[in-house]
Design a protein around this ligand. Structure first.
Ligand code: GCU
Length: 589
């Protein structure tokens, strides 16, 4: 009960976007506002001064307007703008999006505009009136427009800015393309005056036959009846929401548990006031036993891979079901039961598809290397991103680990902020594990041992190690002779390892600068031999599934703006290292 209230009460604090509704994909009265939008490139950020959001037309013979949305650039939504026209490939700045949409207002209803994500900052106007702002490129936000909406044609304008910023999350420098734009779905949603804002349904921690959850109403008279039903389990519960619109419940039922090899999902329906929301939910337990991770009470070895939310073939953000299927089919083909959706909450289509396909997920917020931890605004922004991520995905049974950071250097400010984020994660969701990825393990030549002394490792459940032995540091000795003494009382996941190779380039297997498939192949083999010595190893995830775009990768012939650590090339070709991993996973239980 306390967790539920804490969850709901705390979400609406922070970003000035309202707390968004759960699962627009499973709701009835939704209209996708995807498609071609008009756009203006506003390089000098003049648009707000010039009031582009008014979308004005000349009203007199003497008046003229020096901007218009019509007859110019048209951009696909959802989609990043960088991959849509060569001029925008390297663009960082302001882009104004605009479209009209028609509505037939039902007087007693409420209306919302829901953005699944906009990178990096969005300011939104409807019919010339500002309805809100949101910062953060990877989580949803919504605005209620009931009072601003007009019968008939409405004019929606979104200013998108993807400038990197020192106090941003991520900050100024990160190893992926800074895609900007309305990168995910946009919905126009109509609801009854009192509607289901949120719901949660999961197996209780450590239980196999007790489900618990809640339905949260938002509106004027929220103390009313709601229903939850799981037909296949013959569950149909009618509940009375309290004065806060909250109906918490427990259900005794014996669901077939969600497993990577049998990702059982149940149709669930949440009803109130004639509104019905459909969802597909799996039930499983995830716990720790010493250094083991237990899924449904049984130890699981996480056979994973990392991937970015990018389709290398068209050098752009993944945003459709087909994109999700393309990426996840490759994850499955490699032999994985686990993936790390690096380094930010990826779109809901990917997470839901992964749940259907039996792929467990490590999900994280983009606290990546050089974050300005001494700046007090950072904690606030990070908390908002963490809340939005956990809120959006709390019903996904395949998400087993929430991660608060990737490769951050230990400082007092970092330690305190990240420890706060770890506690917040537990307060928001005590049914999953909390982790972080570290790159500060040190090799001690005298003892031939990797050690790590990091306060944050003391507070997380699972320690992820990013270590590029054979690339950023050569093998100090034979793999078999390398010992590991890192967080020995906890599960350790080798969350990143690997090296670069240009597909089709062949050369010496022991020369890194050959950028050859043979070097990468050999390096993978050596790492896998080294992993045998890690006593608390409970999973591995090579960096990375596909070559991906990064402005940090400037070797003109071997990289050309691509991080070449993929086991699959940017054209979808499997490198020799792919077969090493595929064989390893086929032999690993
Ligand atoms: C880091 C980081 C990745 C990066 C990788 C690399 O470990 O987490 O985001 O791409 O190393 O250097 O290739």
């Amino acid at each position: 009960m306390k967790t539920i209230l804490f969850f709901i009460l705390t979400l609406s604090i922070g970003a000035n976007a309202q707390s968004f509704m759960m699962n627009p994909y499973g709701r009835q009265n939704t209209t996708l506002l995807n498609g071609k939008w008009n756009a203006i490139i506003d390089m000098y950020s003049r648009g707000e001064v010039k009031k582009f959001y008014q979308n004005r037309k000349p009203r007199s013979k003497t008046e003229f307007i020096e901007y218009s949305f019509e007859n110019g650039l048209r951009l696909d939504v959802p989609g990043d703008f960088n991959s849509q026209t060569p001029e925008l490939k390297y663009y960082e700045g302001n882009i104004w999006y605009q479209r009209y949409f028609k509505v037939k207002k039902k007087p007693s209803n409420r209306q919302f505009i829901y953005f699944a994500a906009v990178s990096y900052e969005a300011t939104v106007w409807l019919n010339g009136i500002e309805i809100g702002r949101h910062e953060g490129g990877f989580t949803p936000f919504q605005f209620e427009v009931t009072d601003v909406l007009k019968e008939g044609e409405n004019d929606l304008v979104v200013l998108v800015n993807n400038n990197r910023r020192k106090d941003g999350i991520p900050a100024m420098n990160f190893d992926w393309w800074n895609y900007g734009g309305i990168t995910r779905d946009v919905f126009f949603i109509e609801t009854p005056s009192t509607y289901i804002l949120d719901y949660k349904l999961q197996l209780n921690k450590g239980s196999k036959n007790k489900l618990s959850g809640y339905i949260k109403l938002d509106g004027i008279n929220v103390a009313q009846q709601v229903e939850v039903s799981i037909p296949e389990l013959k569950v149909h519960k009618t509940l009375a929401a309290d004065e806060n619109g909250l109906a918490a419940f427990e259900i005794i039922a014996k669901p077939q548990l969600w497993e990577p090899d049998s990702p059982k999902m149940y149709d669930v329906k949440f009803v109130s006031n004639g509104e019905a929301i459909h969802d597909k939910i799996g039930f499983r337990t995830i716990e720790l036993k010493g250094t083991e991770i237990l899924l449904n009470g049984k130890p699981i070895f996480l056979k994973g891979v990392n991937f970015h939310e990018e389709i290398p073939q068209f050098m752009g953000r993944a945003c459709s079901d087909a994109d999700a299927a393309m990426i996840l089919n490759e994850v499955k083909a490699l032999g994985c039961n686990f993936a790390r959706t690096a380094h930010y909450p990826q779109n809901e289509r990917i997470l839901r598809k992964a749940e259907e396909m039996g792929i467990t997920i490590w999900e994280e917020i983009p606290i990546w290397q050089g974050i300005e931890f001494t700046n007090p605004i950072i904690l606030k922004k990070a908390e908002t991103m963490l809340r939005e991520m956990i809120y959006r995905d709390k019903n996904r049974s395949n998400i087993i680990i929430w991660s608060v950071a990737n490769e951050t250097w230990p400082t007092p400010a970092r330690d305190s902020i990240l420890s706060e984020l770890v506690s917040l994660t537990r307060a928001l969701d005590d049914t999953r594990l909390v982790g972080a990825a570290f790159n500060n393990a040190k090799f001690n030549k005298l003892t031939s041992t990797f050690n790590m002394n990091d306060n944050l490792a003391k507070v997380v459940d699972v320690v992820g190690i990013n270590e590029y032995v054979g690339w950023y540091q050569p093998f100090p000795t034979e793999p078999e002779n390398i010992k590991w003494n890192v967080a020995n009382n906890k599960p350790l996941i080798m969350s990143e390892f690997g090296s670069e190779a240009l597909y089709g380039q062949h050369g010496e297997a022991d020369v890194a600068s050959s950028w050859s498939e043979e070097y990468q192949e050999n390096n993978y083999k050596k790492n896998l031999r080294m992993f045998e010595n890690i006593p608390n190893l409970s999973g591995i995830a090579p960096w990375v599934l596909f070559d991906f775009r990064s402005p940090l990768r400037c070797h003109q012939s071997n990289q050309e703006g691509w991080n070449r650590k993929g086991v699959v090339s940017n054209k979808g070709q499997r490198k020799k290292a792919w077969y090493v991993m595929n064989q390893y996973y086929s032999e690993t239980k």
